[in-house]
Design a protein around this ligand. Structure first.
Ligand SMILES: O=C(O)c1ccccc1NCC(=O)[C@H](O)[C@H](O)COP(=O)(O)O
Length: 267
């Protein structure tokens, strides 16, 4: 596991001990969103613009984005722009997000929402459900094979879609072993273009890995997508989804930036 991921997941595990003491599983199950009907993240991407627009206040690589817009304006703006889904960061120490952000976003939009966090424990899958997510992120680099299987089974059980994230062929092969036993053919695999050691992004990683994808997977490219021409290039290769944060959050009006971006990808 890369150092920054270890740092983040160590902190996540420590924070989880406190959250579990404060809020039991039955408290989570009693929350209103826990029993709502989820919206398909997979279908939202497959049949929409493919843009997964991210709400993130800060990141380890870029620091604070100092975006003056409110969460409400941002997520409503993303939906109005034609985003297929929203990615909502809920990690607080490194990304400045909260579960309350997820819960609030849910009240403002009707498109699917991905809980963007570092999932290492079944409890977090229940949190995602309780706070209004439709999908969770499972990062192969943070999980061993058994954990990947256990967390994905729980997500499916709770009607949550899964975005499996990989950085290289070895991780992709591990995810392929997990999804081959899935009854449903609707699974989503994302390639993260960010090198977590150097914090540099390179879309060549997406280009190189696509030929190794399982045929039925919906392919997503994540991070460092700098403009509509990159989306076009990756779309031509077979990518269907594009997870974009910085490009929108570094502007004063992320919704407007997203609208311009989506318009330019469909010209
Ligand atoms: O963004 C980071 O610095 C980062 C560092 C360590 C782990 C994950 C990190 N980012 C999470 C993401 O995957 C991105 O927020 C997402 O793909 C959007 O990327 P971008 O469009 O480059 O903001």
């Amino acid at each position: 596991m890369e150092d920054i991921l270890k740092k983040i997941t160590d902190r996540t595990k420590a924070d989880l001990m406190i959250r579990k003491q404060n809020t039991s599983l039955s408290d989570l199950r009693a929350m209103e969103n826990y029993s709502r009907e989820t919206i398909s993240f997979h279908d939202g991407i497959k049949y929409g613009s493919g843009i997964i627009a991210e709400h993130k206040r800060q990141s380890p690589s870029k620091g604070s984005f100092k975006c003056p817009a409110s969460l409400e304006d941002i997520v409503k703006g993303y939906e109005a722009a034609g985003a297929s889904a929203i990615s909502c960061l809920t990690d607080e120490p490194f990304f400045g997000g909260t579960l309350k952000d997820l819960q609030e976003a849910r009240t403002h939009v009707d498109i699917p929402i991905l809980r963007k966090d570092f999932m290492v424990d079944l409890y977090q899958v229940h949190e995602a459900r309780a706070y209004g997510a439709d999908a969770i992120l499972l990062i192969a680099a943070c999980l061993n094979d058994e954990e990947l299987i256990t967390l994905s089974a729980e997500a499916i059980n709770l009607d949550l879609d899964i975005l499996f994230e990989v950085h290289d062929l070895e991780e992709l092969n591990r995810v392929k072993k997990v999804v081959k036993d899935f009854k449903s053919s609707s699974y989503v695999i994302g390639v993260n273009n960010r090198d977590l050691k150097k914090f540099k992004t390179d879309i060549q990683i997406s280009k190189d890995l696509l030929e190794h994808f399982p045929k039925k997977a919906l392919a997503i490219s994540e991070s460092g997508i700098s403009g509509p021409e990159v989306v076009q290039e990756l779309q031509d290769l077979g990518y269907r989804g594009f997870l974009i944060g910085e490009n929108f959050m570094k502007t004063n009006d992320p919704g407007r930036s997203c609208a311009k971006f989506i318009k330019a990808t469909t010209l």
